[in-house]
Design a protein around this ligand. Structure first.
Ligand code: KMH
Ligand code: ZN
Length: 276
């Protein structure tokens, strides 16, 4: 069944991509505001946020998050801001949890460990996930359940059954990470069909598969995530000029599929955030 409206999330910064790869990747506060505004003006309802210092180094520093969030909210007062608690590989759990202290409406909750290319391992043990979920409950934050593999969905559902994860379930099926499930229709269908009745989901495709996986998500009744965190290029040869360029393209395709784009207020209704 198609959702009434499609929620577009823009993952504007990420932790792995750099300005050497695409000069529009944001590092400074002004650059964050420019990228967030380009995405929101084109139809994004949610900004998934990783913080950087001015030199580009990823950080989970609470005060840096506060500065970036305040600046984005001043320019885009309605948008839902979803800080990452994944941060970058190698960060400690306490480091990663800092943005929860700012009581955002949502935050990412990574539901399993996986290889992350080369020698990198993105560590999310069962007990870490339980602790992160508890911290989010304490702060009234709705988790977006980040699942890079089918086994991460199974882990999330186990923690739902045990009461660690509560409320409306919203998944992000992340495909195409070097170490996670592949960005193929078969893998997306398998993961989508593993979700429980009543759950909502968005789909992130890393690299070239972004567009195909986004389109397939909409055909399956899901939402979409675009942005520099997952993909830097608008086609095989050219860098995207902004996050807004990705949002505008997927919004246009959604409309051609007869799907409407959710405003931030409508996204809050769909996700059960309204009135929390
Ligand atoms: N940067 C990755 C290691 C999240 O935001 O929660 C983890 C990540 C997931 O991006
Ligand atoms: Zn992220």
């Amino acid at each position: 069944m198609s959702p009434q409206k499609v929620i577009i999330t823009a993952a504007i910064s990420g932790a792995e991509v750099t300005q050497q790869m695409n000069p529009a990747v944001p590092y400074t506060i002004e650059q964050y505001v420019r990228e967030a505004k380009s995405a929101v003006d084109a139809g994004a309802a949610i900004i998934h946020l990783h913080a950087r210092w001015d030199d580009g180094k990823p950080t989970q520093d609470r005060e840096r998050f506060r500065e970036i969030i305040n600046a984005i909210q001043a320019a885009c007062p309605q948008v839902i801001i979803q800080p990452s608690t994944g941060g970058a590989t190698g960060m400690t759990a306490e480091e990663r949890l800092q943005p929860t202290e700012l009581n955002p409406e949502m935050a990412s909750l990574d539901c399993g460990t996986l290889n992350f290319g080369g020698d990198e391992i993105f560590i999310n043990t069962e007990n870490m996930i339980i602790d992160f979920a508890a911290r989010m409950r304490e702060h009234g934050i709705m988790p977006e359940l980040e699942c890079f593999d089918k086994s991460h969905i199974d882990m999330a559902l186990r923690l739902v059954r045990k009461g660690h994860i509560q409320g409306h379930l919203h998944f992000n099926i992340v495909l195409g990470v070097n170490g996670g499930a592949a960005g193929t229709p078969r893998d997306l269908l398998f993961m989508k069909e593993s979700l429980p009745e009543g759950a909502t989901f968005t789909v992130s495709g890393v690299g070239r598969c972004q567009l195909e996986m986004n389109v397939m998500s909409m055909l399956l009744g899901g939402h979409v995530r675009v942005g520099f965190e997952d993909n830097l290029r608008i086609d095989r040869t050219q860098n995207a000029a902004s996050n807004g360029e990705f949002v505008a393209r997927i919004a246009r395709i959604a409309k051609e599929l007869n799907l409407e784009i959710a405003s931030p207020a409508e996204a809050r209704q769909i996700l059960g955030l309204a009135g929390r």
